[in-house]
Design a protein around this ligand. Sequence first.
Ligand SMILES: [Fe+2]
Length: 159
Amino acid sequence: MDKNKMEESFRDEAVGHTLYKIYGDRARSEGLEDIARLYYDTSENELSHAKAFYDELNGKEAIEKQMRRAIADEEADARKYHEWHADDGDARLLALSKIEAGHGERFKKRLRDFEGGTDYNCEKPASWRCHRCGFVASGRNAPTVCPLCFASQGSFYRM
Ligand SMILES: [Fe+2]
């Protein structure tokens, strides 16, 4: 398959994944659980197709590279929505611009910690929360394993 077809396939599968999630949520909200599950199952299939195309196009990328891409994409979206807001004054666009800029900042902060090796330790005592179960620990280091749900240290973030 040539690169253009692969890129188009990636985008189509990624959009299909999102649409089927939206349609599944809609069906579930109307009490149509079997139809919702049909959408959710198909959505997961589409995601696996998108991942396969993405990996073939990009190879196995380092986490840092993907975080830099996320920062660039979020900042570009923030600028785009800001410009669109300037054009038509729709307040939702300004709100979206701020949210996307905030997403970019979150990734920047996380990347700094990741690259600086300070993801799970810091100079002063801090609170560390487990994403999986909500357990909160205090100290200079995140627990190596969550004492409540046994998630790995990578499940902790500094609050
Ligand atoms: Fe946990």
